[in-house]
Design a protein around this ligand. Structure first.
Ligand SMILES: *[C@@H]1O[C@H](CO)[C@@H](O)[C@H](O)[C@H]1NC(C)=O
Ligand SMILES: *[C@@H]1O[C@H](CO)[C@@H](O)[C@H](O)[C@H]1NC(C)=O
Length: 894
């Protein structure tokens, strides 16, 4: 069979090039003539397969379509794929009758010349064009000889972004005719484990699709497949046209037990960060709204509608104001106003009264908003721990006042001075979006297009929801200084609930045994540091099971992020700096085979040396490591407090209280035997206002016999009255209440929380160190027992490692021993157990019989117990403690 293309075939995939002058005849069903099933205009598309492989949010998608020309003349076959705008094409090949034409990445200028040459010679060419809101369209058509077969294979990659708590992957489905083998296959691998996964098609309900759609997930793996039979593809039982036309959307999220996850493969690492359970930082929001004449009609009504909905979502701690600009600037209030119910009511009345008028003065509108936010901060009108955001909406270009884009950008940049982000929303297409985007990017924000459509109000609201819940501000991700190279962006003004921060980089030393990553940020009530200790060996071991993932995904993810960020920076750069950024982005695009705005893909016939010679191709390209080596993060234990300084008090195990008395170089110990549920007062200091209570839990069997019953502390309550602070520690989680605001953590976090006079460090699965300034430090040790243990369960140990700032009035089962007391031991004699002598102790004017014994000290870690010899006081420490032990029972933890 003669190949359709005899001489050279040149396809150039250029993004953003206008499709003029390209001969193309779209496929149209013939209708009248009876043709075999699935054949339209002589062409049978007999197979379309979309294979998606997602590894740690990085999606690698391959679309393969096979067709045959059943007509008796040559036909044009076209291949259209719509792919996310955020994706980069990485490969395209065309196979005609067994001859493969591979795609090569070229610098755009070089590729463009080839493209022009091809077009001028009447040859066919591929194009990538914007299409709709989220997608862009890749189109290519080739002439196929009668009886010949053609295969198109397009590959694209993207990093899935987390929005409102999930990752979303769109696949546009539009086969235009019935396809014998139509299939979408998605495999997801997430080292953190998958917590939810869903798939739906916009063109039909899942119920109707029945067996065509399968979705499942378990552990780290998820799978979605959509494989409609020919009959299931028909738009009606007797129809020959396809109902498959729309979006196929896969959504999923991963487990969030740990706030961060670090993965290292082949010397590249990626660090995902999305803490849960933090309180929302109050926001100071200024809406700068275009009310110029062009907003007239539906646009202004939709804007008002969206603003009214946004007002419903405002939290009482938030502050807000509206600035309307047309030719003039109008402000709702002179200053920011707190979002109290009364003020919101007034805001609603104001929003409803908004009318369009006149020209567009973007400059003055923005500058008014910025100075209001600056003033609110300087004059302390807003809380110290609040964050400012400016949201501007416009539908046109500046046309009055200062209207030169560069000048507006400069004014805005100087006024904001990097202090808060600017979000620009461009309504419709009649505006300079480029300018809005540049301005937002250089002020740590982003631009979003609002499409003029019936759902514009929902788009506006949706954008607001994304930024409505900042959990951290001034987020910085830090790594050991001399260990990391080529880091992607590692500081962010905000971490918004439902999103995720992703940082990637390269390790200087691939054989490094471990490294530590810290994420620092300001929360609503305190400063937080999340620490992730990555142990490479353990990681490597843990991920050896997954052979099927592609081994260089982290390196590609890093390259993808780096190129995106270089291209963004380039938008606002000039001169040498711009050239340098361009050169770096181009190098990486060529090296990693990404079709970016700087590169194009050229498809040439392999034996056709004529067209190859003029092109400087980068050899080698992506190192494909056949052995997929991956790794999982693990936490190494850090001892983050000083070795105990004596005196030293603690309670651990079947409540065993230990009082070390350094003056005597000896220790006393006792048990308190009480029923599960009882809360005991361990420490109470009326001067510092600190109280610590502990609640007793039993073992799983819950024996009624108090002699054989084992009890432990299962819950601790730490209270600081002057700080309005409560810390509740259980064997599962740790909650910090500052007034009514709660920070929630689990024992899977490694995090440091700091605020005036307080520092709390949680070391994943190990311990928690709480310091109240200098001179008061407690350590809570987590004892985890084997989950299937017949009778034991997890419990807590409580250690006082520093108490020298506690007052002389401190009391409680442990606290009463913080001040000096004396005891004398005499008449040491054999006891009932020959290894444990008895003795007589005189203490607090009581004469007691005590027994020599030992207790374990787990202060250095639950697995590192050391024996401590002590004198055991019987009968719930009767005679040693002031009063009787039941005097220390309190009604509740707080
Ligand atoms: C592009 O795809 C073809 C066909 O699957 C494959 O042979 C080739 O190796 C790919 N090129 C790159 C750079 O991945
Ligand atoms: C860009 O500039 C940096 C220093 O500022 C230099 O190290 C690097 O080589 C330059 N890159 C390119 C591609 O010119």
């Amino acid at each position: 069979m003669a190949p359709a293309l005899r001489s050279s075939l040149v396809l150039v995939l250029l993004s953003g090039l206008v499709a003029s002058g390209i001969p193309r005849s779209p496929l149209r069903p013939l209708g009248k003539r009876s043709v075999p099933e699935g054949v339209v205009d002589g062409i049978e598309v007999y197979s379309t397969k979309i294979n998606c492989q997602v590894t740690s949010r990085f999606a690698h998608n391959v679309v393969t379509t096979r067709a045959v020309n059943r007509a008796d003349t040559a036909k044009e076959v076209s291949f259209d794929v719509e792919l996310p705008k955020t994706a980069f094409i990485t490969n395209f090949t065309l196979t005609i009758d067994g001859v493969t034409y591979p795609g090569n990445i070229k610098e755009k200028e070089v590729a463009k010349k080839q493209y022009e040459k091809a077009v001028s010679q009447g040859k066919t060419a591929g194009l990538v064009k914007a299409s709709g809101r989220k997608l862009e369209k890749f189109t290519v058509s080739v002439n196929v000889a009668a009886g010949s077969k053609v295969t198109f294979e397009l590959t694209y990659e993207e990093l899935l972004k987390r929005h409102k708590g999930k990752y979303e992957m769109y696949i546009k489905v539009q086969p235009k005719q019935l396809v014998k083998h139509f299939e979408i296959n998605t495999d997801i691998f997430e080292p953190q484990g998958i917590s939810m996964l869903d798939a739906e098609a916009s063109f039909i309900t899942n119920d109707l699709l029945g067996s065509a759609l399968t979705k499942s997930f378990s552990g780290k793996k998820g799978h979605v497949s959509f494989k409609p039979s020919l009959d299931q593809q028909r738009s009606c039982p007797t129809c020959t046209d396809s109902l498959l036309n729309g979006d196929f959307t896969i959504t999923y999220d991963v487990n969030r037990e740990s706030p961060a996850n670090v993965q290292v493969v082949n010397g590249y690492f990626v660090h995902f960060f999305a803490p849960q359970g933090l309180p929302v930082v109050p926001k100071n929001v200024v809406f700068v709204i275009d009310v110029s004449g062009s907003m007239f009609g539906r646009k202004i009504e939709q804007t008002k509608d969206a603003l009214l909905k946004i007002l419903e979502d405002m939290k009482e701690d938030d502050s807000l104001n509206f600035i309307l600009f047309s030719g003039d600037v109008t402000t709702w209030k002179d200053n920011l106003i707190q979002a109290t119910p009364e003020n919101l009511q007034e805001a609603r009345t104001f929003v409803k009264s908004i009318r369009d008028q006149g020209m567009t003065n973007i400059n003055d509108g923005l500058l008014t908003g910025i100075s209001m936010l600056n003033k609110a901060r300087e004059e302390h009108q807003v809380p110290e721990r609040s964050t400012s955001i400016i949201i501007m909406l416009t539908d046109g270009d500046a046309n009055t006042g200062e209207s030169r884009p560069e000048k507006i950008q400069e004014n805005v940049r100087n006024a904001i001075g990097g202090k808060f982000p600017l979000y620009n929303l461009g309504f419709g297409h009649n505006l300079n979006y480029n300018f809005l985007e540049k301005m937002a990017l250089e002020n740590h924000g982003l631009a979003r297009r609002i499409y003029e459509d019936s759902d514009a109000n929902l788009q506006l609201q949706g954008f607001y929801e994304e930024v409505a819940n900042p959990l951290l501000t001034d987020v910085e991700v830090e790594y050991p200084e001399n260990a990391i190279l080529d880091l992607t962006q590692n500081n962010y003004q905000h971490f918004y609930d439902g999103s995720e921060i992703v940082v990637a980089g390269r390790l200087l030393d691939e054989d490094m045994a471990s490294f530590k990553a810290d994420v620092k940020g300001h929360g609503a009530i305190n400063d937080l540091t999340f620490t992730e200790e990555v142990n490479m060996k353990e990681m490597e071991k843990a991920l050896q099971e997954q052979e099927y993932i592609f081994g260089d995904y982290i390196e590609r993810l890093w390259a993808y992020l780096t190129i995106k960020q270089l291209l963004e920076k380039r938008k606002n750069a000039h001169g040498d700096k711009k050239e340098n950024l361009t050169a770096q982005a181009l190098d990486l695009s060529l090296k990693y085979h990404f079709v970016t705005p700087l590169t194009s893909m050229v498809v040439t016939k392999p034996e056709d040396s004529e067209d190859q010679t003029s092109i400087a191709d980068k050899p080698g390209e992506v190192p494909l490591d056949a052995e997929a080596r991956s790794v999982i993060p693990s936490m190494a234990y850090q001892t983050s407090y000083q070795p105990p300084q004596k005196p030293y008090y603690y309670v651990d195990g079947d409540p065993h209280f230990i009082i070390q008395v350094p003056e005597k170089d000896d220790a006393l110990c006792f048990n308190i035997d009480e029923a599960p549920g009882t809360v005991l007062r361990l420490i109470q200091d009326p001067v510092t206002g600190l109280t610590i209570n502990g609640q007793i839990i039993g073992d799983k069997r819950d024996s009624p016999d108090s002699k054989s019953r084992k009890t432990y502390f299962g819950k601790l309550g730490i209270i600081s009255t002057p700080m309005h602070l409560l810390i509740e520690v259980t064997t599962e989680e740790i909650n910090l209440w500052s007034g009514a605001v709660r920070d929630a953590f689990t024992w899977l976090d490694t995090v440091t929380v700091t605020q005036e006079g307080l520092k709390v460090t949680i070391n994943k699965k190990k311990n928690m160190v709480v310091s109240f300034g200098d001179g008061v430090t407690f350590v809570v040790i987590l004892h985890q027992v084997w989950k299937k243990h017949p009778d034991q369960q997890d419990f807590l140990g409580f250690y006082v490692v520093d108490s020298h700032r506690m007052s002389a009035q401190t009391h409680g089962l442990l606290g009463q021993f913080f001040h000096y007391f004396d005891f004398k031991v005499s008449d040491i004699r054999p006891g009932s157990d020959p290894t444990k002598p008895d003795a007589t102790m005189v203490v607090k004017n009581h004469r007691l019989t005590v027994t020599r014994g030992s207790q374990k000290d787990y202060g250095k870690g639950a697995s590192l117990g050391t024996k401590v010899a002590c004198w055991f006081i019987h009968n719930n420490a009767e005679g040693l403690i002031d009063g009787v032990h039941t005097d220390y029972i309190v009604p509740s933890l707080f």
